[in-house]
Design a protein. Structure first.
Length: 103
């Protein structure tokens, strides 16, 4: 990691992808994970959580170096697993709102 990343956590989409296995990179339980997380969803969820997200779309997760999935850098405000879980549940809320008509 470069010095400019100090105080930041790297959030890769595979961390919250329901379709990945634990050994494939997922770090939260399958029931908390989401299907096909998008970078913009992760960014929006992190923004709502006040984590100052920075998107790096050209990055590839090291284990899947051939898949350019991008990553999001967020402020380090606690354990990574907790922050990742919050981001995933925030994305679930955002997706839920999109599906329902506004009152």
């Amino acid at each position: 990691m470069m010095m400019k990343d100090k105080g930041k956590l790297v959030i890769w989409p595979v961390y919250i992808d329901q379709m990945r296995s634990r050994s494939g990179g997922r770090i939260i339980s399958r029931k908390n994970a989401i299907k096909e997380p998008q970078l913009n969803e992760i960014k929006e969820a992190a923004r709502q959580l006040g984590l100052n997200p920075e998107v790096e779309p050209e990055k590839a997760y090291p284990k899947y170096w051939w898949e350019v999935s991008g990553r999001v850098l967020v402020d380090d405000k606690g354990p990574k697993s907790v922050i990742v879980k919050q981001i995933a549940s925030s994305i679930k809320k955002i997706r839920g709102q999109k599906g329902s008509p506004r009152a």
